[in-house]
Ligand binder design. Structure first.
Ligand code: GRF
Length: 234
């Protein structure tokens, strides 16, 4: 059975789009059964609806407290029959009760190689720090922001002459490959959270040990798969 997955967004939704694209393959171990946004004007909502995914807007302004807002999201997840929650550019911090309930079943993508550059403005900070390698991380969501056990990472080079935009674009491309891979691992049970750590299973059928492969694109050959990019970029 494919794992019923709900994606939480706040904006553009390009990672959500990448997950929907991956899940359009019936062999993919997760199916995207719903998209929830805390913002009515999130561009990703239209993209999801156009692909036949049920969407829900749950605005913070409609609830008297943060807990009530979290509770409404939780109720929506239950009504979707969610087994996995994938945060994809969801810009609110979820409360302890919510996080504890979904612990081990909720994942997030962060645009940096954690534990470096938690929080916002990761690309500008990586440039300022002079790092030569940057990237993105998918991790289980725990109580502390951007602090949960790492599931998968993709590295990209920082090129001479990069600015925030060029670096962000290179990382985003890696995000769109990494997130489907990581969600697939979780949905298949190949990555699970145990005692605050990620346990990566090494299955007998995983002859090439693909769960351990580092995703590091060749710095000198940018991918020219424009059709794929066009499909997953709004
Ligand atoms: C991505 O960079 C993601 O890593 C971060 O927020 C951004 C969301 O972009 N958490 P999108 O909405 O998926 O296009």
């Amino acid at each position: 059975m494919r794992k019923r997955t709900v994606v939480l967004i706040s904006g553009r939704g390009s990672n959500m789009t990448a997950l929907i694209a991956a899940a359009s393959n019936p062999d993919y171990p997760a199916e995207i059964v719903g998209v929830i946004s805390d913002r009515a004007n999130a561009a990703g909502l239209g993209v999801a609806a156009a692909r036949g995914i049920v969407t829900k807007v749950i605005s913070r302004a409609d609830y008297t407290s943060k807990e009530a807002h979290d509770g409404a999201i939780d109720a929506a997840l239950v009504s979707f029959g969610a087994e996995i929650v994938a945060l994809a550019g969801y810009m609110r911090i979820l409360g302890a009760r919510f996080v504890e309930k979904w612990l081990g079943r909720m994942i997030n993508i962060h645009p940096a190689l954690l534990p470096a550059f938690k929080g916002l403005d990761t690309h500008a900070r990586a440039l300022r720090a002079g790092t030569r390698i940057h990237g993105c991380t998918v991790h289980f969501v725990t109580l502390d922001m951007d602090d949960g056990p790492i599931i998968a990472q993709a590295a990209v080079p920082v090129m001479v002459g990069d600015n925030e935009d060029t670096l962000a674009a290179r990382v985003l491309k890696a995000e769109h490959r990494l997130y489907p891979l990581a969600l697939g691992l979780v949905a298949e049970g190949k990555a699970r959270m145990e005692d605050g750590r990620t346990v990566l299973a090494h299955f007998a059928d995983d002859a090439d040990n693909s769960t351990s492969v580092v995703m590091a694109p060749d710095p000198l050959r940018e991918e020219s798969d424009l059709e794929h990019l066009a499909r997953i970029t709004p």
